[in-house]
Design a protein around this ligand. Structure first.
Ligand SMILES: [Zn+2]
Length: 279
C-alpha cells in the first residue's frame, strides 16, 4: 500500500470520528456516501469538481437523513425530536443544535418541557423557552460531547431568561449565540465556585467562558425573577429529578428546592444555562 493511500485511509478515519462525535450519525452517513463515489468518478473529470460533488452528495444525504429519517428511526429507541422551530412555546436557541442531531429527549421529558414552557407563557406572555443541547437520537450511553451526562434521553439544557438592555423589555434571545459561555458571574460577596474549581485543577470548568467572545453580553440583562420562575416550575414537576445551576445563583435566586444542586467541579460552570434531568 502506498503512503498516499495510507494517508487517505487515515484522513477518512479522522473525518468519520469527528462526524460521529459531533452528530452521532454523520460518520455512518459519510461511509454510506462512499457508494456515490464511483457514480461521481465516472461522470466528473475535474478533480476539484469531483471533490465538491462528493461533499455535496454527503451534505444532501446528511440533511435528508437528519430531518426526514432520523426522527422516525429514533422513536423505537425511545427518543423524540424537540421542535426545530418555535412550537408549544419551545424553540432551539440555535438551529445548529438540530442540524447536529443534539435535540432528542425521551417523551416524558419533552412533555414536561412543553408543559413548563406553556406555563411560562401564561405567566410571562410572549415567552418562548430556548433549549440548548439535549441528547442524540440513538443508543443509551453514547456521549454527547462535551457533556458528561447527556447520554440517555433524560437531560436537557435551557437558556436563562433575559431583558433587552436597550428597550428594557423581556426578550426570547440570549447573549451567547450557542447558549453557553456568557455567564451571570458571581459578585464580590457571592461564592465563586468557578475560582474554587479552577484552584483545584479543573481547567475545563470555565473553558467555554474563557474562549467565548463576550461582545453581546452588554446588550442583555439577566432576568432573575423570570429565571427563578422557570427553575421553580421544573422543580415542582414530579417528573424532574435534578436541576443544576451555579451555587451563587441558587443563593441569589433563593431557590430552596432540594432538586436544585451543584453539579461538581468535574462538569462545567452552570451560570450560563440551566441543566434539567428526569428522575
Ligand atoms: Zn446539561
Amino acid at each position: 500500500m502506498t503512503f498516499s493511500k495510507i494517508l487517505n485511509y487515515f484522513l477518512r478515519l479522522i473525518i468519520f470520528l469527528i462526524l460521529t462525535i459531533l452528530t452521532e450519525i454523520g460518520g455512518v452517513i459519510y461511509i454510506a456516501n462512499f457508494g456515490t463515489y464511483s457514480f461521481i468518478d465516472a461522470r466528473v473529470t475535474n478533480k476539484w469538481y469531483r471533490r465538491l460533488s462528493k461533499a455535496g452528495s454527503f451534505a444532501l444525504f446528511y440533511l435528508l437523513t437528519t430531518f426526514l429519517i432520523v426522527p422516525k428511526l429514533a422513536e423505537p429507541f425511545g427518543r423524540v425530536q424537540l421542535p426545530i422551530r418555535s412550537t408549544n412555546n419551545l424553540q432551539p436557541l440555535t438551529f445548529l443544535t438540530c442540524l447536529l442531531n443534539r435535540n432528542y429527549v425521551n417523551k416524558e421529558l419533552r412533555d414536561a418541557t412543553f408543559a413548563i414552557a406553556k406555563e411560562m407563557n401564561n405567566q410571562y406572555p410572549g415567552t418562548v423557552l430556548n433549549y440548548l443541547d439535549a441528547n442524540f437520537p440513538f443508543i443509551n450511553g453514547f456521549p454527547l460531547a462535551p457533556h458528561l451526562s447527556h447520554n440517555d434521553g433524560k437531560k436537557i439544557d435551557l437558556s436563562f431568561c433575559y431583558t433587552d438592555k436597550s428597550t428594557l423589555l423581556e426578550t426570547n434571545e440570549a447573549p451567547s449565540l450557542i447558549g453557553y459561555g456568557i455567564c451571570e458571574e458571581p459578585s464580590e460577596t457571592e461564592n465563586n465556585t468557578s475560582q474554587l474549581c479552577e484552584k483545584q485543577g479543573y481547567w475545563q470548568y470555565s473553558f467555554l467562558r474563557n474562549i467565548m467572545p463576550q461582545k453581546r453580553k452588554k446588550d442583555f440583562l439577566f432576568h432573575p425573577k423570570k429565571t427563578k420562575a422557570l427553575i421553580e416550575l421544573f422543580a415542582r414537576d414530579s417528573r424532574i429529578g435534578k436541576i443544576f445551576i451555579e451555587p451563587h445563583l441558587k443563593s441569589r435566586l433563593k431557590l430552596t428546592s432540594g432538586k436544585v444542586r451543584f453539579h461538581g467541579c468535574e462538569a462545567v460552570r452552570h451560570d450560563d444555562h440551566i441543566h434539567v434531568q428526569l428522575y
